[in-house]
Design a protein around this ligand. Structure first.
Ligand SMILES: *Cc1c(COP(=O)(O)O)cnc(C)c1O
Length: 354
């Protein structure tokens, strides 16, 4: 028998692939590891699902997601030609890396940040340049511009994941002004934050802002995200999206959720309130807590043993996220759950550190 010779492109064989957070199916588990919303989606989603004309599934969906994009455009004060929707914001990220990177044009992104960005870049054979964030505060370094030389795409998550902080808006604005390439600002958590960068997407022709329905709308299972930006950027992205990247059900249910602004505001307010209570309780126990603008906290236990804290919680059926790489290994990331889940988490944590 001859030796197996992989038919894959060498870059694909070399690729680690993205590791999603685990989705264990144990009963009684408190799942605080993938930043899902602890509250259900808007009741209007259930109503839209019940009313959905199933016979419509015989037909292909609207490839332009016209109604959904119009609603999004109206809320953000742009025209529909400035909005593209995707099968989760991961789909948007895939389009953007395909569009703006190649082996000769690097992608620049902080370290630590959302670990999918470098994976997508490597699929494009694009070099990845990492901007090391400052230790403990996880801010962008002052000499940031030196990392941008010759690059064509900068991806910044704001608020950042897994750290939870939001880089100062003025700093982001200055970068967008000076960088000749495209800046994608991933605003997966913006609904939980005090401000956002949408004005940059409206006013600058090199800025895209992406959003997702997975976190604040509690629709991670539906797969819906979108990007807002200059009409020429959006038009280009339309050329390389999958023809029917949004199924009919997602378009209908997503629209129902999007229109329920009141429900969104009320669940976001609850998550933010719990976040501040949990942050205060962690600080009291001697944890370092990165100021969070998201629906999670990035915390360092007093003994700096992130892995140990993660494992001991796991033994008690509370799952949080641990990132073993150097800049994050002293920390764990904890999704904001319901007040009851948070109480249980604190009870266990006090037992370990008090
Ligand atoms: C969760 C998350 C996403 C992914 O969103 P989907 O719409 O579920 O694909 C994108 N970016 C960041 C930073 C995230 O945390």
């Amino acid at each position: 028998m001859s030796a197996y010779r992989s038919p894959f492109r060498p870059e694909i064989d070399a690729l680690e692939g993205y590791t999603p957070g685990e989705q264990p199916k144990l009963p009684h588990l408190i799942k605080l590891n993938t930043n899902e919303n602890p509250y259900p989606p808007s009741p209007r989603v259930a109503a839209a699902l019940a009313e959905f004309p199933v016979q419509q599934l015989r037909r292909y969906p609207d490839p332009l997601a016209t109604e959904l994009r119009s609603a999004i455009a109206e809320l953000h004060g742009v025209i529909p030609e400035q909005v593209i929707a995707g099968n989760g914001s991961d789909d948007i990220l895939t389009m953007v890396t395909r569009a703006f990177t190649d082996p000769w044009h690097a992608i620049v992104t902080p370290d630590p940040t959302y670990s999918l960005y470098p994976v997508l870049a490597r699929m494009q054979c694009a070099p990845v340049r990492r901007i090391p964030l400052t230790p403990e505060t996880f801010e962008l370094p002052p000499d940031l511009e030196s990392f941008l030389e010759g690059a064509n795409l900068l991806i910044l998550a704001r608020p950042n994941a897994p750290t939870g902080n939001a880089f100062p808006l003025e700093q982001i604005e200055r970068i967008c002004r000076n960088f000749p390439g495209v800046v994608l600002i991933d605003e997966a958590y913006a609904d939980f934050a005090d401000d956002n960068a949408l004005e940059l997407a409206r006013s600058r022709n090199n800025v895209l802002v992406s959003r997702t329905f997975s976190k604040s709308y509690a629709l991670a299972g539906l797969r819906l995200g979108y990007a807002v930006g200059d009409a020429r950027l959006i038009e280009g992205l339309f050329k390389l999206k999958d023809s029917y990247n949004l199924d009919a059900l997602t378009q209908a249910l997503g629209l129902a959720a999007f229109r329920d602004r009141e429900y969104l505001a009320s669940t976001v307010a609850r998550v933010r309130a719990t976040r501040e209570q949990l942050a205060a309780a962690y600080r009291e126990l001697g944890f370092q807590v990165v100021p969070s603008q998201t629906n999670f906290l990035f915390v360092r236990p007093p003994d700096r043993d992130g892995r140990g804290y993660f494992q001991r919680l796991r033994e008690q059926a509370v799952i949080v996220r641990y990132f073993p790489a150097a800049p994050t290994r002293d920390y764990v990331r904890v999704t904001i759950g319901t007040p009851e889940e948070t109480e249980r988490l604190l009870e266990l944590t006090r037992g370990m550190y008090q």
